[in-house]
Design a binder for this molecule. Structure first.
Ligand SMILES: [Fe+2]
Length: 316
């Protein structure tokens, strides 16, 4: 049945709480054995797939951390079946030291797929999502500030945005802000396809590449604006979207179709709003897994500078 307007929350699957705490010692020991060079779990880099190390690490984790493995299996199945987002309100590890929680997240990410490096310099897997106090770069990512983050694909400006990501809540915002919401790409296209102008937008944005500006923290030379170009609708990701970045890219690098593309982009943004879920609070110790090739996600602004999430992105 097609949900009534405002009933799009059913695309978010909420699973029961789990308790992964019994797996903390083994997740820590196994990871330390495979990556002895890292004293601090915050600095861990992706296990190498080419050398086979990642495969060996995964095989060992399946034996030593059965609870983390079981959760990864359930979530993988859900995302493979095209559920938009899966939430587990508690992993049962929030009262442990942050360094221990990170080992669990690192292991979990490898059992879900191949986590990617967050940025080229340190190549860390675990990215801290919290407002940066020293923010004076020309163009920041949403994860570095506290303003509203409008509906977007994570890592939009990458040549290959990852298939999925998770957000783990170390400390929820105490100010009532920082709420999450989603928009299902399949519902966005379905909504557009109901009108001739919407169908024209799908067609135009499926064949006209647009420019995405790369954030300063991720660019080779932060002083020089850098762009990648891709279509908004494609086979994979099925939708790649961040309205403000696309519109500023159109201004900076106009093409013959710019005016039509701008109208179509705004139509997609309107459609995304029309099928948006309500805002929900991810609680401290909880986690959200997101199909990044289909879902757009956003977050309301917040005041509490103590809000702290950890994000990990994964390729299949
Ligand atoms: Fe994001």
């Amino acid at each position: 049945m097609i949900p009534a307007q405002g009933d799009f929350d059913r695309d978010i699957i909420v699973l029961d709480d789990v308790d992964l705490s019994a797996d903390i010692p083994a997740a820590t020991a196994t990871t330390r054995e495979f990556a002895p060079e890292f004293a601090d779990s915050a600095d861990l880099t992706p296990m190498d797939n080419v050398s086979g190390l990642a495969g060996l690490y995964r095989a060992r984790l399946r034996e030593t951390t059965p609870r983390i493995f079981a959760l990864a299996e359930v979530v993988s199945r859900r995302l493979a079946n095209r559920d938009m987002a899966v939430i587990v309100p508690s992993l049962g590890v929030a009262h442990y030291a942050l360094g221990e929680q990170r080992f669990v997240l690192f292991a979990l990410s490898h059992l879900l797929g191949s986590p990617t490096a967050t940025e080229p310099r340190t190549r860390r897997v675990l990215w801290d999502v919290k407002p940066r106090r020293d923010l004076n770069v020309a163009f920041a990512t949403y994860s570095e500030h506290a303003n509203e983050a409008e509906l977007h694909t994570d890592n939009t400006f990458s040549a290959h945005p990852e298939a999925s990501f998770f957000l783990y809540v170390v400390q929820e915002a105490q100010c009532g802000g920082g709420l999450s919401y989603f928009s299902n790409g399949m519902r966005i296209r379905d909504h557009l396809a109901r009108t001739a102008s919407g169908r024209a937008a799908i067609d135009l944005l499926g064949r006209t590449p647009v420019s995405f500006r790369v954030p300063s923290t991720l660019s080779q030379n932060p002083a020089v604006p850098e762009y990648i170009s891709a279509t908004i609708f494609a086979e994979r990701p099925e939708i790649r979207f961040r309205q403000d970045v696309i519109l500023s890219g159109l201004k900076a690098r106009p093409g013959p179709d710019s005016a039509d593309v701008e109208v179509a982009v705004n139509r997609v943004a309107d459609a995304a709003q029309s099928v948006r879920t309500s805002e929900l609070k991810l609680p401290t110790g909880g986690i959200a897994f997101v199909d990044n090739h289909n879902a757009l996600h956003g977050r309301s602004g917040f005041e509490d500078k103590g809000r702290h999430l950890i994000r990990v992105r994964m390729s299949p």
